[in-house]
Design a protein around this ligand. Sequence first.
Ligand SMILES: *[C@@H]1O[C@H](CO)[C@@H](O)[C@H](O)[C@H]1NC(C)=O
Length: 816
Amino acid sequence: MAFIWTTAFRSRWFVLMVILCLSTVCSVTGQARYSVPEEQTEGSFVGNIAKDLGLDVSRLISGKARIITKGSRQYVDLNRDKGMLVIKERIDREELCGKTTPCSFSFEVILENPIQLYRVTVEVTDVNDNSPVFPKEEIYLKIVESVASGTRFALESADDPDVGINDIQKYTLKPSDHFRLEVQNQPDGGQFIEMVLKTPLDREKDESHTLILIASDGGTPQRSGTARIQITVLDANDNAPVCGNSVYKADVRENSPEGTVVTTVSATDADKGINGEVTFSIAHVAKEAKKLFEVNDKSGEIKVTGKIDFEKSKTYQLNVQASDHGGYTDTCKVIIQVIDVNDNSPTIQLMSFSNTIPEDSPPGTTIAVVNVDDEDSEGNGVVKCSINSDVPFKIVSSLSGYYTIVTDDTIDRENIPEYNITITVSDQGSPPLSSSKTINVKVSDVNDSPPKFDESEYTKTVSENNSPGFSVFAVSATDADSGQNARISYLLEEREINGVALSSLVSVNSNSGVIVAVKSFDYEQIKSFVFNVTARDAGSPPLSSVATIKIMIQDQNDNAPQVLYPVQTGGSLVAEMVPRSADVGYLVTKVVAVDVDSGQNAWLSYKLQKATDRALFEVGLQNGEVRTIRQVTDKDAVKQRLTVIVEDNGQPSRSATVIVNVAVADSFPEVLSEFTDFTHDKEYNENLTFYLVLALAVVSFLFITCVVVIISVKIYRWRQSRILYHSNLPVIPYYPPRYSDTLGTGTLPHVYNYEVCRTTDSRKSDCKFGRAGSQNVLIMDPSSTGTMQRIQSEKSILDEPDSPLEVSFLPVMMCN
Ligand SMILES: *[C@@H]1O[C@H](CO)[C@@H](O)[C@H](O)[C@H]1NC(C)=O
């Protein structure tokens, strides 16, 4: 403030002085001119003002010479004692004048007593004291590498406050391999600097460039200023991606799951940033491979996306295209080798097969030809073929891949009618795969089994008196064969039994085997018979077998007992004589009866049913003997009449009654007189006349008949005598030939009494029985296979041996 104030004061004072001077006598009396370089130190000599103005130093002193400056700054001072002007304050030309040339300043030197005013002008000359300076020391430029040569880039020029030669004279650029400088002087005196691209930039080679721009002046010494130009080369998409390998090889197992990484392709792009980003894609590939693989567009990973099948293709080639965003591409070839995995089961194919085989096929008969195959390769495709071991077949290899199944043994349909043959094939992979097929072989029948009866012998019992057509039973045979070979028919043997054809006794149903009685059997005629039935199958040739059938006929109580003695006559009287002297137990007579049935049915018992005097007689229950049970007295009536009932033991029992007349007398006339009444008692007495006439006729007829018969019998006997044993036996009882066989031995194990009776027309003939046993004589009868029995008994009376006879036999119980 002080300075400002002082200056103001001085100015005011100076102005006052000048006005005063001008209004009076004041005038400029001389002037001087000097030149000094700038930047002189304080006190430096400027000029000898005293001498130049022609003034004496003393005048200067007396005149109190001093400098008056109009400006605020006083660069020059006056040394009054020496009369010299010196630098009072450093002068900066650039500050004083800027770019103006020439540069000078003026001031007045004023003297008093008298006032004298002198003008002094000082020219300041330039000294090269400033260097060129760029506005920015660092210049940053970003240039796309793709710019063309000749492109210009404007640069800011440098500044040098000095003037003239000391001002900027020259610009240079280092290094100058890519750029050159062009400097144009502008009308305003400035300079326009441009950098021109000489050769193209390549970011991939040099990402940045540093240039030094130098501005030099012309001073001495020369001064210069620099600016650093930092050039960043911007990327242009000028590079194609490049695959890491031109060919990638990879292996992949077939059936690898989806997502399995096969390989990774890579590619590089020299460009930067987005220009250097590479994406991958699969181009130009077979359709099927496209479905199997995919490439990750960023990472280049190739993955499995489908089912890889070695059997379809063993290699794949993918062309993976690597591309950047600028459309540059490269192609990486990927060769993928598929590794076989044992994923295919072997297959079995029946080439030919006969599903039925006759059971008589010899070992080695071919049944089937199979073809086995495996799609896998090497060990995975090597197959082994086998069949189950529990069948009589074997498998033999014929051609490669072909197998034949043949019989290994004889086969029997009746034993095993069908076989399941399981063919198994397995490969040698790890793990091995296998498959199997079952074929069903049926064994066809051959008629090799004869029919077989349930039993080889059948024994059946049939009650007599059966109805004709009665089914006795059914034979049954089975045949292990099948179909026609097992269709059995039953045949009856052709033979005769007892002179009759078997077929008249029984028949057999050829289909059912039911044996039917053709007629009603009579035990009394035939007790059993044996025959054969043949079972024959319908095979070709037929096979047959035979069963023996024995039919036993069972007795029925179909015959009532027949009383043989005493003979029951119509009108005549037969009486047993009992002497009055007879003791107790006297055998009056014996009732003899037979029953043609057998067994219990022929077991007879005798009972007294009615009697004149029940107290006098009894009948032996078993033997039919009529005996007295008390002493006969004179009081007893001559005529005694007993009714005896004979019952068999059958169910129900049958019976017969017989009337026994007993005469209790000592002489025959006595009897006669007594029995006269008897005859009159008879009912048939009324018809006596009729009977007498009838008897006469019968006797006459019999006489003639007897004559004829005797002659015939004589001839017959004459012929028989030549064969027979010399016996005068007049009667040959006839027994059924098989009779003895019913007992199984051919002999008679029991003792029987046989009573042989011949009934004639004579009512008076006696019946005779004998105690047989040792007395029996067996005679071979050549006309019969059976035995004949001759009965000898002291009581037998065989009269009229040639008359028709009836022979019966009966067992008599040996009770007593
Ligand atoms: C054979 O296989 C069939 C069907 O599985 C079966 O019905 C039959 O019983 C088998 N036969 C034999 C003899 O195993």
